[in-house]
Design a binder for this molecule. Structure first.
Ligand code: SAM
Length: 258
């Protein structure tokens, strides 16, 4: 169908068959998989996925694209959920869910946080994102790209960047290079926080102002004596702490809340 790409929906459609094939190889779909694709668009991944699985769910916000997919594929094979993936209840599709997608880059961070909340019900995620975002997801402590996104995702997932995809593989071509990345939930969690809400708050506060020391960034949560009790120097910065360190900080604060 004729479709003018909509910038507000982050529409850059994959058209290079070489990279479609590589995505499929990485996903390695099996017939019985429960699989959902976020943002199927014109169906570059949808059609080859449907050759491998009995049934596929897709979540697409663009009404015209959703209608086109309903026309092209029978409802017994493809369920089209027309709506916003940021509000979609992924748990409603059942346990052991596999998530794939060439994600709209303009909402990549909130979408990753939304998906992380379903960590317990997911088998894995394979998503295409800006290379720079994937670098942040996979970054290790004290490296320049390490930040809130790295900590929050690595708390729950093993993050594995797989391969880069040049802008020219998409229409229209984005200005940036993309990367395909796999996230596999860690089971059991290596460092489970006593209270995940407090953990998330501490991580967000610690990274809220990048150049600040922990003492300043966490002033409203921790005093000098608390850092001493934790054996964490208050002169460090958030980017120096591992996921396990953040969990220790958060558990300490949680213990005071009873
Ligand atoms: N998967 C297709 C491909 O690889 O060619 C399209 C990828 S394009 C980067 C992103 C897709 O996500 C578009 O189809 C867009 O309409 C859809 N989209 C954008 N925002 C969305 C949202 N909040 N919820 C669901 N789909 C969304």
């Amino acid at each position: 169908m004729q479709h003018t790409p909509r910038k507000r929906f982050g529409q850059n459609f994959l058209h290079d068959p070489h990279f479609v094939r590589r995505c499929l190889e990485a996903i390695a779909p099996r017939p019985e998989d429960t699989l959902v694709e976020i943002g199927p668009g014109l169906g570059a991944l949808t059609a080859p996925l449907l050759e491998k699985v009995h049934h596929l769910h897709v979540v697409e916000i663009d009404r015209d694209l959703a209608a086109d997919l309903r026309r092209r594929f029978p409802a017994e094979r493809l369920t089209v959920h027309e709506g916003d993936a940021l509000r979609f209840d992924f748990a409603s599709l059942g346990p052991d869910l596999r998530v794939v997608g060439n994600l709209p880059y303009n909402i990549s961070t909130p979408l990753l946080f939304h998906l992380a909340a379903f960590g317990d019900t997911l088998r894995d995620l394979h998503v295409m994102l800006q290379k720079e975002v994937v670098a942040r997801m996979a970054a290790t402590p004290s490296s320049p790209a390490y930040g809130r996104l790295s900590v929050m995702l690595q708390y729950r997932f093993a993050v594995k960047p797989l391969f880069d995809v040049p802008g020219g593989a998409f229409r229209p071509p984005p200005k940036v290079t993309s990367s395909f990345v796999r996230l596999a939930p860690l089971r059991p969690l290596p460092h489970p926080a006593r209270n995940e809400r407090i953990f998330a708050t501490m991580v967000a506060s610690a990274f809220s102002t990048r150049r600040k020391t922990l003492r300043n960034a966490l002033r409203s949560h921790l005093e000098a004596a608390d850092f001493a009790a934790l054996s964490i120097p208050p002169t460090l910065r958030a980017e120096n702490l591992s996921v396990a360190d953040f969990v220790r900080l958060a558990d300490y604060v949680a213990s005071r809340h009873g």
